[in-house]
Design a protein around this ligand. Sequence first.
Ligand SMILES: Cc1ncc(COP(=O)(O)O)c(C=O)c1O
Length: 427
Amino acid sequence: MNHFISIKKIQEYFSSSITSGLFNTIHDTSAVFYDFNHLFYKIELLSKAFPENTFHTTAIKANPLIKVLHEIKKIGFGSEAASEGELFIAQKAGFSNDKIVFDSPAKTHKELEYALKNDFHINADSIMELDRIAKLKESVKSKSNIGLRINPQVGYGKIKSTSLAGEYSKFGVPLKSHKQEILNCFKKYNWLTGIHLHIGSQGCEMKLLLNGIESGLKLIKEINELLKTDDREVSFIDIGGGLPISYYHNTKPPDIIDYGRKINDMLTSYDLDRLQIITEFGRYLHANSGFIVSKVEYVKHYEESNTLIIHSGADILLRECLNPNNWFHEFSIFDKAGRLKQNSETKKYHIAGPLCFANDIVARNIELPVANEGDYIVIHDTGGYTFSMWSKYVSRLFPKIIGIKNDSYELLRKREKLTNILDYWSD
Ligand SMILES: Cc1ncc(COP(=O)(O)O)c(C=O)c1O
């Protein structure tokens, strides 16, 4: 299987949805397609790559669709929640409490109490949060596994805005300056049993991710040495997510099997084979598993430029529009019946979204077969960090999301109605 959904499959999914009426060519000016077959393929590779006792979770923020989470739950994976809302979603999707990891830098007293009472796995983001947990544990009975997030400070990846292990990060306890405080916490709190880190999301090469994990393992060796006299040791390392994917179809992404093997080798070389690994992949599981279809509403031909106005812009492709130097997708063009256009005649187009602001441009100067009003632009590899970052700016309707499992199609989310918009902006 390729690392992306093939154009042949996309054509099959799109044209079948038109024929069945699931994609309504009058009302659905855009839609997202999500391919469970691709997700299952990614899950299979991930499971193969890591030791059997690894606790894999999906980062809900990448793709919070209940039906997607439900399928992931059925496979035995857990979920990583980064807010009260995501905790609620995780429980509604059916994850048992011991399969929910709660990460967030802004957990309130109330949220922590709820997490402790429900025995969620909790990663504290700071020493201040650990102290809050300690206070709550005086009155709340809990079986929660608790870890502490560190910032291993191993450096930035290629995309600064999604790099979290530079000298400064708003997340985690900085390791270089606060190692002693971290050690003290493990000595002081006998319920603190793990280390959490997340180096960044996309743009971080495997070497940087491995450097971060190695810093975590070295720290765990020191903690274990300190805890020897108490007959305790660190039981887990949560390595976060962050393995980059490829948004280019002719460029292979880093190999997850190789990543898993290297982590395993490190555990062995530090004599830490007993340590349980927790993962929190988001982009790796979801981004290549979906695509957006968006109608060409207008074709604007001017002497100096050609612009296609489509129905997906910064509302669904926030990073791509605001930070186009770092975020890019491949595009294809389909006709009204959902057939791939492969005309030999091509043109350079800007692809612009429907919002009222200048940066609402999804791509600039890309070469495509000649486009007509009513054609559809396919934006590839948009199954993660797209609709989950949806913006209500200009009050447009959230698009329909169509899922494909084996050969069957189902609605994963309805297209919003105008009344939903009214509800959103009403008291
Ligand atoms: C704490 C944490 N874990 C996991 C993830 C998922 O990262 P990715 O989607 O790059 O795998 C993120 C995303 O930023 C995160 O902040």
